[in-house]
Design a protein around this ligand. Structure first.
Ligand SMILES: Cc1ncc(COP(=O)(O)O)c(C=O)c1O
Length: 457
């Protein structure tokens, strides 16, 4: 029999084993974060930990060793060269909040499993709605990622349309989660129609008007138009005002996938980038993508919160009725889910209005700086209005740009820069997401030099 200490913390006293475990784990984590700049963004060697539980259960020391093994092989978002994806370093308050969230182990399914936190989530959604300029009857729910928020958007739109069969219109550059949503909803393969984008990567409003008219002429209902406020590859923002006008004119649900761009509406300094977002019927917004809220953190917001219950409420006969507005499990797709609101709320409180603005403006400024350091004569540069930038050499066919992107990406990684390599318009590109607050102008200059070393002048 093992002499291991009780794996559950004592409810009678401050548990010394838990206290020690948390202190040592926190030391380990702060070491990992504090040495990020001297590590690599993407470890190529990843030691494998033992996977199966041992017979008697491991003690704290070996569990901490196991954790270290996993940490040694983990992606390091806090490295100043981590610029590949929409996965920024975490804010310190959100790390602490995630820990507390685990310790509280409350459940947002129902008010009786998360009394204070259910109310906090509802209030924070109200704050987001009002900051985005949605009307008083608006509301929302948190979701474990933008894929789920987009799925909810399409389910609510279909439920509001009152018809089972219909089409969803979006741009060619909209996120793949819409395709997944269409599959999950059992829609036929041609139900999601992808329309052309203009030279800036934004949905062509004229093409949208034509598509709506063509559907109407054929008597086919349109469940929703999905506008993207920040496309995944180049950060383009669809013309929200024009699209909202078209949707209003034809009485079509407007869902805005603002997973990337929506946070820019939180600060008056950057809100003009999201003009028209307040006209949406529903919105996906992911604070995990730029603000440093630990994953996952996504909001699904609706202009009329009654629509959530209409789409998702089943009744929860094994729960007491809520004293507040609703049970969390009655207004969204998820049942049991953690109190992700805690880290979102605490992270925003830690940043404050000025900190939020600084994060948003900092990302835009880094995009501007990198663009300036790169030669538009030698590189084809694409960017929308946000903090994403993609580029490839001006010369070369698809095979040559593929090879260039592979070789350059490997060279950058050896020098401590991690960029991603999306396929777009028949070519491989390199993509930089400039949401990392640790990346300085010196880093960006060095990055640009490395990118351009083997490009013909
Ligand atoms: C525009 C856009 N929408 C939705 C998503 C999906 O979000 P998630 O990965 O949180 O599910 C992404 C992910 O990158 C995205 O770029």
């Amino acid at each position: 029999m093992s002499t291991a200490v009780d794996p559950f913390a004592s409810p009678h006293q401050v548990d010394p084993a838990l206290q020690k475990f948390l202190h040592l784990a926190a030391d380990q984590l702060t070491q990992w974060l504090g040495s990020a700049a001297t590590a690599t963004p993407f470890p190529l060697v990843r030691p494998q930990p033992e996977v199966a539980p041992s017979l008697e259960g491991a003690d704290m020391e070996s569990l901490l060793d196991d954790l270290q093994t996993v940490m040694d092989g983990a992606y390091q978002p806090s490295h100043p060269g981590s610029l590949a994806h929409l996965d920024p370093p975490p804010l310190t308050a959100t790390i602490a909040a995630d820990l507390i969230c685990a310790g509280l182990n409350n459940n947002l399914l129902a008010e009786e499993l998360s009394p204070g936190l259910s109310s906090l989530e509802q209030q924070l959604c109200v704050w987001f709605c009002s900051r985005l300029g949605l009307p008083e009857e608006s509301g929302g729910v948190l979701a474990s990622g933008g894929t789920l928020s987009n799925l909810m958007g399409l389910v609510v739109a279909r439920s509001a349309s009152g018809s089972d069969h219909g089409v969803i219109l979006c741009s060619r550059d909209a996120h793949v989660s819409l395709q997944k949503a269409a599959i999950v909803m059992g829609l036929p393969a041609d139900a999601l129609q992808q329309l052309p984008v203009d030279g800036n990567g934004a949905l062509c409003a004229a093409a949208l008007a034509d598509a709506i008219q063509s559907l109407q002429a054929r008597g086919i209902p349109c469940h929703a138009v999905v506008a993207t406020a920040g496309t995944t590859v180049r950060g383009a923002v669809d013309p929200l005002l024009d699209i909202a006008d078209l949707c209003a004119q034809h009485d079509i649900w407007l869902h805005v996938d603002a997973a990337i761009g929506g946070v820019f509406a939180l600060s008056s300094a950057t809100a003009s980038l999201m003009r028209g977002l307040n006209r949406a019927d529903s919105i996906t917004l992911n604070p995990q993508k730029l603000l440093g809220i630990t994953k996952t953190s996504s909001l699904f917001l609706v202009r009329d919160k009654a629509r959530l219950r209409m789409a998702f409420a089943t009744g929860l006969p094994y729960m007491e009725s809520p004293t507040g507005d609703h049970h969390g499990g009655e207004v969204g797709l998820q049942g049991t889910r953690p109190a992700e609101v805690l880290k979102l709320w605490l992270g925003l409180r830690q940043l404050g209005e000025q900190g939020i603005t600084a994060v948003l403006q900092g990302a835009l400024e880094r995009r501007r700086l990198l663009m300036n350091h790169l030669s538009s004569d030698r590189l084809h540069l694409l960017s929308g209005d946000l903090h994403l930038l993609v580029f490839r050499p001006r010369w070369g066919d698809a095979e040559q740009t593929k090879q260039w992107s592979e070789t350059t990406r490997s060279r950058l990684l050896r020098e401590g820069f991690l960029l991603s390599r999306p396929q777009y318009e028949g070519h491989h590109w390199l993509k930089a997401v400039l949401g990392n607050p640790h990346t300085t102008n010196e880093h960006l200059q060095q990055l640009a030099d490395l990118i351009q070393t083997d490009l013909p002048r």
